[in-house]
Design a protein around this ligand. Structure first.
Ligand SMILES: Nc1ncnc2c1ncn2[C@@H]1O[C@H](COP(=O)(O)OP(=O)(O)OP(=O)(O)O)[C@@H](O)[C@H]1O
Ligand SMILES: [Mg+2]
Length: 255
């Protein structure tokens, strides 16, 4: 017998249905249902600890849900959230980008000329071709992030999960990054970007998922970012100043 037909429509790159994920007793995602369409840029927003990274890691298959089902219909690529890791190992930017192709080439085979050309192209796509030979430890934080994005592009995935790729990016990097995302969307790929930049996500994403353990809202930005939904996700930490929603500085309490 063949396996039962997938419940996901042809347009979805991934479908989550009632997904709950816990770390021990701590529920990090509660009953999350989402459909991630192909050819789209989806912003994942919500306060610290909302479950954004958990959701991405669950989509990647690194975490198993306690309940619910996940149907990922296309190959997945992942760019992890950068921590304060030590980067003093002897790898160049090109070496790191090349690692994105290891799923194709295998870890033990030396990458060939075609792989190296693709890795240079991926570095070019993030504006770092001229730094291909630079040691990774000698790059700035934002440049390192761009190298990791290049590595993710090398994975040739159709569902790209990018965990806060923009934190620390300057305006030029942000612009180049957006161009890259639009190119991926044009190729029919789905990009999920977690970010704390509400303005960026509202301006450039097709869909937004506002998360706070549960899905508070999911839809086009104007719909997903209503004042009520934002207040629900961010609590008292969200302020409306002159009609613009901003995150209150820590320690601020509205009266
Ligand atoms: N390995 C872990 N073990 C136990 N609890 C965890 C673990 N990773 C995350 N958590 C908890 O799960 C919740 C969701 O964490 P997650 O990292 O998904 O949030 P996030 O939305 O990505 O936050 P941030 O904006 O800070 O990156 C948090 O309460 C966090 O403390
Ligand atoms: Mg996170």
């Amino acid at each position: 017998m063949s396996s039962p037909p997938s419940a996901a429509p042809a347009t979805a790159a991934a479908l989550l249905d009632g997904v709950t994920v816990a770390y021990g007793q701590h529920v990090a995602l509660d009953d999350v249902s989402l459909e991630l369409p192909r050819s789209s840029i989806v912003g994942l927003i919500g306060p610290n600890g909302a479950g954004k990274t958990t959701l991405l890691r669950t989509l990647l298959g690194m975490l198993s849900p306690r309940s619910g089902s996940i149907d990922v219909t296309v190959p997945v690529g992942y760019m992890p959230q950068l921590g304060p890791a030590a980067w003093d190992f002897p790898l160049t930017a090109l070496d790191v980008a090349l690692q994105g192709g290891y799923r194709r080439t295998g870890w033990l085979r030396r990458p060939g000329a075609a792989e190296r050309r693709s890795a240079r192209e991926a570095l070019g796509a993030v504006g770092l071709e001229h730094m291909a030979g630079r040691q990774i430890g000698q790059l700035s934080g934002g440049q390192r992030q761009r190298v990791l994005l290049a590595r993710t592009l090398m994975q040739d995935a159709s569902l790209l999960l990018l965990d806060e790729p923009l934190s620390g990016a300057d305006a030029a990097t942000e612009a180049a990054f957006l161009e890259t995302l639009r190119g991926l969307r044009e190729q029919g790929r789905t990009v999920v970007v977690s970010t704390h930049d509400l303005g960026w996500s509202a301006a450039h994403c097709d869909l937004l998922c506002l998360l706070s353990t549960r899905v508070i809202s999911f839809g086009p930005p104007a719909q997903a970012l209503s004042a009520e939904r934002l207040a629900e996700a961010y609590g008292g930490a969200m302020l409306v100043v002159g009609g613009v929603h901003i995150l209150a500085p820590e320690g601020h309490h509205s009266h």
